[in-house]
Design a protein around this ligand. Structure first.
Ligand code: LLH
Ligand code: MG
Length: 386
């Protein structure tokens, strides 16, 4: 008899973090402190489980009860395309209550469950295009921390450390509000220049600056980046304005890449391609609503002879990269001189994206997405289960 989905639970637990987010959502280093994380678990009638870390704000009890459980309970967990479509179609009537992220977490859990049922890592289940990928170092945003990322010289010194660690590509996130004096095109150009001077011509460099520059500010910054031989220019303006990106891409030689935060899943990505708003497309499991629509996006770009970069870290994005050759880098971050990205948090036995000294990340052999959860720790530190 076909196994069907029996339980969908969200467990909120405590763990330790060494980063925090500012008033605008940008991550910065912090002393070790207790935080709440959540684990979404989907269990079928044979006892097979799919698990993924999720953000409880997107999967509140009402969202689980009104949208997720009615769409999934009693259904075959292997029919991911059908389940994703039924959830995505609930979004219209949910009036914003069922986010792309929420359906993304559910989709990831279903892929993890499928991997466990079949004894395969998800990247192989998706087609297995390659077993490793180079990582790029993605820095945190600029700050005012002494010896952190407070000055162009700080970025240059950190870039040298990153190259020594093995990275062959670095993406700068520069200063954004609420940091005093941010944003500043002049300061962004100074940091990008200092980094290029420090690492030389052979390291690939990218910039993700303030997301609310005007067209003329973005054009000035983009022209400076192409002079410095930067590889791509990311999200310098509000992404809802596709016409602004077409205007920018038409005038620059440097590759304009996007979108990251634009809503509308794979459908919006198709609009970016056909509008000529970007030279390299982007996708990502938390950006477009899971692995299922992200695969569609990768194939869409490929059919237009367009590269598609995977945004963000984590096991889902790593699995996607293993399923395609049409995405060059794994985004490893966010990195900062005062944090250790390789440190293992208490709710894991190991990190999924360990990198060697040549800047290469190998895709996990474990079945499912490959996360190495310490389920005992999570159980002992669970505060609520919905
Ligand atoms: O604002 C930040 O901290 C970063 O921009 C972050 O959102 C990161 O995910 C990103 O943009 N990567 O490309
Ligand atoms: Mg970005």
């Amino acid at each position: 008899m076909t196994a069907t989905i029996e339980r969908i639970e969200l467990s909120v637990f405590t763990t330790t973090a060494r980063t925090t987010v500012d008033a605008h959502g940008h991550r910065h280093p912090a002393p070790a402190h207790e935080v709440r994380e959540a684990l979404l678990t989907v269990t079928d009638t044979d006892g097979a489980c799919g698990r993924v870390l999720a953000q409880p704000d997107h999967l509140r009890p009402a969202v689980l009860d009104k949208h997720v459980r009615p769409a999934l309970l009693g259904q075959d967990p292997l029919e991911r395309e059908r389940l994703w479509t039924s959830l995505a179609r609930k979004q219209r009537g949910a009036h914003g209550g069922l986010t792309d992220r929420a359906i993304g977490f559910v989709d990831l859990a279903l892929w993890d469950l499928a991997g466990h049922r079949l004894g395969l890592p998800v990247w192989k289940l998706l087609g297995g295009a390659r077993s490793e990928a180079p990582a790029y170092a993605s820095t945190m945003c600029g700050d005012e921390i002494p010896g952190g990322l407070a000055t162009p010289a700080d970025y240059a010194a950190f870039a040298v450390q990153l190259v020594e660690r093995g990275y062959r590509a670095i993406k700068l996130h520069t200063w954004m509000p609420p940091v005093a004096g941010a944003p500043s095109v002049a300061l962004d150009i100074a940091a990008c220049t200092a980094v290029r001077d420090a690492v030389g011509p052979d390291v690939e460099l990218m910039l993700d600056a303030n997301h609310w520059y005007s067209r003329t500010e973005a054009l000035k910054l983009g022209r400076a980046l192409q002079e410095l031989g930067y590889h791509w220019f990311e999200e310098p303006m509000e992404e809802a304005s596709i016409a602004s990106y077409r205007w920018l891409a038409d005038q620059l030689d440097i590759a304009v890449i996007g979108p990251e935060t634009a809503w509308g899943k794979n459908f919006t990505r198709a609009e970016w391609v056909t509008s000529g708003a970007c030279d390299i497309l982007r996708t990502g499991t938390t950006d477009v609503g899971g692995i299922t629509p992200a695969v569609r996006t990768l194939h869409l770009a490929e059919a237009f002879n367009m590269e598609c970069e995977v945004h963000g870290n984590g096991s889902g994005n790593l699995s996607l990269l293993g399923a395609t050759t049409n995405g060059r880098w794994y985004e490893r971050g966010l990195l900062h001189p005062h944090t250790d990205f390789d440190a293992v948090p208490p709710h894991l036995h190991s990190i999924v994206d360990a990198m060697d000294e040549h800047g290469i990340v190998r895709f996990p052999d474990r079945p499912g997405l490959g996360d190495d959860f310490d389920l005992d720790h999570i159980k002992r530190h669970t505060i609520t289960t919905e």
